[in-house]
Design a protein around this ligand. Structure first.
Ligand code: QUE
Length: 328
């Protein structure tokens, strides 16, 4: 139904609850949703009855698949820089407001969570994942870059895990996301209704009572290789290091990198390098400045076309652009 609200925010007991409700678009964030989420955040911040916030995605398949990049592509092709700016400025301001939110911000991630979905969850204290969660920063596939404050978050993950996730867009299942540090707690889907009920009492600590221990798994298994390869200082050196590994995993990572926008990968490396020594607010400002260049580079329209519009997954990338130009 087009008249269904795309964000449903209400007070339930001692909790403010927010439901991202655009399930046919996998709850991807458009500007009206960002504005409604921001308004809900302000309301809950100033309501003394609200002790914590619970954020969920509707439809059972997705938490939030990202941002409205199809629309950004149309706006970029139309040359509407002001509308592009309005979207990203609004989204990044919301990301910062979540980081600065003075009460527990608890995301229940029970499905796809990419890009903008990471941005509405990762800056909060509690990121609960289930066995159905799938987390990724896949922007290099559409010639964007890891944004929504992840230029702050990714360089602070263990070793070179952040660079690996940023360049390859690797998809992490729920428990793997806890291993990597993107998520904080693993709770089976079957226990989410009971956890939710407990949270409505206003005690964020309930999350800890429902959480199950995550043992070292798929991320631990590749961690040494990730650090050896993705800790290298240039794309060429990363590709060479992956070649030296000689494993099926390393070959698969190299094949993945070959499909990504060369410009986007170079921008991403520099972004994470800079983000490592900046505050979240500074990172978000850097990301916003980058959108003014990257969204209008031909690779972005081509990447969104290939992945989300025509879905042929056969982007024809431009030659790698000069990174200094993108950051200037
Ligand atoms: C990179 C992205 C996004 C993406 C795929 C990428 C993104 C996004 C979506 C998406 C997926 C399914 C939908 C939808 C959007 O996919 O930001 O509306 O139904 O929103 O490789 O950054």
């Amino acid at each position: 139904m087009s008249d269904e609200p795309s964000v449903i925010a209400r007070r339930e007991g001692a909790a403010g609850t927010i439901l991202m409700n655009r399930p046919r678009a996998l709850n991807a964030l458009d500007l009206p949703m960002i504005e409604q989420l921001s308004a809900a955040l302000r309301g809950f911040r100033d309501d003394p009855e609200v002790k914590l916030v619970v954020l969920e995605g509707a439809g059972g398949r997705a938490f939030c698949a990202g941002g409205d990049v199809r629309r950004m592509r149309e706006l970029a092709l139309a040359g509407d820089a002001a509308a592009v700016e309005a979207f990203f400025a609004g989204e990044y301001a919301m990301n910062l407001a979540i980081a600065e939110f003075p009460k527990p911000w608890i995301s229940l991630i029970d499905g796809v969570c990419m890009g903008g979905g990471i941005g509405v969850s990762v800056h909060g204290r509690y990121r609960v994942v289930t066995e159905h969660a799938l987390l990724a920063m896949p922007e290099t596939a559409i010639a964007l870059f890891p944004d929504v404050g992840t230029s702050y978050v990714l360089p602070r993950l263990p070793g070179s895990v952040g660079m690996w996730l940023a360049l390859t867009g690797a998809r992490l299942k729920g428990a793997e996301a806890v291993e990597a540090g993107l998520a904080t707690h693993y709770v089976p889907r079957a226990d989410l209704p009971a956890l939710r009920e407990a949270l409505l009492e206003g005690e964020a600590e309930a999350v800890g009572r429902f959480a199950q221990i995550v043992h070292p798994g798929a991320v631990a298994a590749v961690r040494d290789a990730v650090d050896r390869c993705f800790g290298e200082p240039s794309l060429e050196a990363i590709e060479d290091a992956l070649g030296r590994e000689g494993t099926e995993w390393a070959n698969a990572q190299r094949a993945t990198l070959m499909r990504m926008s060369p410009t986007s990968m170079a921008v991403t490396m520099e972004l994470l390098r800079r983000g490592a020594s900046m505050s979240l607010a500074e990172c978000l400002r850097m990301e916003l400045a980058l959108t003014r260049k990257v969204v209008f580079h031909p690779d972005f329209a081509e990447g969104v076309r290939a992945v989300l519009v025509d879905k042929d997954n056969a982007p024809r990338w431009a030659e790698r652009a000069r990174v200094e130009e993108m950051f200037s």
